[in-house]
Ligand binder design. Structure first.
Ligand SMILES: NC(=O)c1ccc[n+]([C@@H]2O[C@H](COP(=O)([O-])OP(=O)(O)OC[C@H]3O[C@@H](n4cnc5c(N)ncnc54)[C@H](O)[C@@H]3O)[C@@H](O)[C@H]2O)c1
Length: 455
């Protein structure tokens, strides 16, 4: 029986391995993590992450051929294939701080694999890594072990949080990079076989290692660039009475452009876009490609501009003062259907509002715990409230920052009646029925559209 180990039981490792185990009942899959709380949660009825459909997949395979454990060493010893899916955040210290990928967790895994292994292994990079990381991994793995062979593959993950299970079930493509040597190609075939259990062969792309590593960074950079591009035009729409929804539809119907990722908003967030673009920027700088680095850096800058612009507009429209005003933030997660708040635009928006001495009430169906940690330093002026009606009571403004479906169906008349007048609503996701809100009495501001005011 083939034995698979995954190091890192996070948002990628957990769901990905659950899917592999579900589709390959004859393969044993173990997911390990150094975080005991996380592993305990994976073994309980309350999984550590919220993903629609995840519970069923885990329940089907757990205990059959899917196991969660903290015994990293035993896992390594027994495994034929080891996926490394640990976090690779942006470095916060030393050389490349704020830009380069922090590879310390990843390197620790490589060293531990080398130390513990007594049999040949295929080591698969699942984490998103700078191009040519596999070369460094090989250097560590081949530094002095007698008779044990390691073959390194790159298999980046393209799932998106909130739709992880659907993305894993029907991926646009699976990317597997390996060396062109016979051993490398044999390892690639093993991984192809694993995914081939449910993914059509033509969707499994095999490439060289470096193309695979670079494609993941490039895919995220391109996606983020589209969001920054449409957001940049939203600012022009607000200045000219053009409508960003209409512009997006007009350009999105061009088959060369396509409609996806053209939704203007308060900004993109999540653990990957900013980190991966900065990773790309740092790589380009390292190769002396300063213009290329600057080009991609601008995508991140445009996003920060969009977030600040949102708060600047709130301030301007609310008579240039929000000090002491109660403002309700509807949503804190970086997008709907996830509790993840990493790099959520809500963080910067909240911080800027606090700078203006506003009193904040934050509500979110899944992300309040993370929000509390994100705003720990300003906590005395922030209230957390799970009920949106309570959150909006006595508020001067509601700012919608996450496109949770349930926010569409709230009773906005009831919300309006409980607010201080004139009541303001800022829709950072163009998610609500603005004409209806205006008819209720709200002054409505959205992204890239003319304001609907009563004065
Ligand atoms: N989150 C996403 O949407 C997404 C999508 C595609 C790719 N990625 C990439 O996948 C990688 C993992 O992302 P994530 O969101 O799952 O991160 P995460 O922070 O949710 O999970 C990483 C886990 O690795 C564990 N870990 C760290 N060192 C370890 C070690 N030595 N042994 C065992 N476990 C260890 C941590 O405790 C943590 O639980 C990153 O490189 C990320 O860029 C993320």
């Amino acid at each position: 029986m083939t034995k698979i180990l995954c190091m890192g039981a996070g948002l990628v490792g957990g769901p990905t391995m659950a899917m592999i185990a579900r589709k390959n009942p004859a393969v044993q899959v173990t997911v390990v993590d150094i975080n005991r709380k996380r592993i305990d949660a994976w073994n309980s009825d309350h999984l550590p992450i919220y993903e629609p459909g995840l519970d069923e997949v885990v329940k089907e395979a757990r205990g059959r051929n899917l196991f969660f454990s903290t015994d990293v060493e035993q896992g390594i010893r027994e495994a034929d294939i080891i996926f490394v899916s640990v976090n690779t955040p942006t470095k916060t210290f030393g050389h490349g701080a704020g830009c380069a990928a922090d590879l310390q967790y990843w390197e620790k895994c490589a060293r531990q694999i080398l130390e513990i292994s007594t049999s040949d292994k295929i080591v698969v990079e699942k984490s998103t890594l700078p191009v040519r990381t596999a070369a460094a991994m090989e250097r560590i793995l081949h530094s002095g072990k007698k008779g044990v062979r390691f073959e390194v593959l790159s298999n980046p993950e393209f799932l998106a949080e909130g739709t992880a299970i659907a993305d894993l079930d029907k991926p646009d493509r699976i990317l597997i990079g390996g060396h062109p040597t016979p051993e490398g190609q044999r390892a690639v075939r093993k991984l192809v076989e694993l995914y081939g259990a449910w993914v059509p062969k033509e969707k499994i792309l095999t490439t060289n290692l470096w193309s695979s590593e670079l494609s993941k960074l490039t895919a995220n950079a391109f996606l983020a660039q589209r969001v920054s591009s449409i957001n940049s035009i939203s600012a022009l729409c607000e200045a000219t009475d053009a409508d960003i929804g209409e512009v997006a539809r007009a350009i999105g119907t061009d088959s060369r452009i396509g409609p996806k990722f053209l939704k203007a908003s308060v900004g993109f967030g999540g653990s990957c876009f900013k980190k991966d673009i900065l990773n790309l920027v740092y790589l380009c700088e390292g190769y002396g490609l300063h213009e290329v680095a600057e080009y991609w850096r601008q995508v991140v800058r445009m996003n920060e501009y969009q977030e600040r612009r949102f708060v600047a507009r709130m301030l301007k429209e609310m008579f240039n003062t929000i000090a002491g005003k109660r403002i309700a933030l509807f949503g804190f997660a970086f997008k709907a259907d996830t509790g993840d708040t990493r790099e959520s635009p809500a963080i910067l928006v909240a911080r800027e509002l606090l700078e203006e001495n506003a009193d904040l009430v934050i509500t979110d169906p899944q992300a309040l715990e993370h929000a509390r940690l994100d705003l720990a330093d300003g906590i005395d002026r922030v209230t957390f409230e799970s009920d949106p009606y309570q959150a909006a009571r006595g508020a001067h403004a509601v700012a919608l920052l996450t496109e949770w479906r349930e926010y569409r169906t709230l009773d906005y008349q009831r919300i309006f009646d409980g607010m201080v007048q004139p009541a303001f609503l800022f829709d950072g996701r163009n998610h609500l029925d603005h004409a209806k809100l205006h008819a209720i009495g709200f002054n409505v501001y959205s992204i890239g559209k003319a304001a609907l005011k009563h004065f």
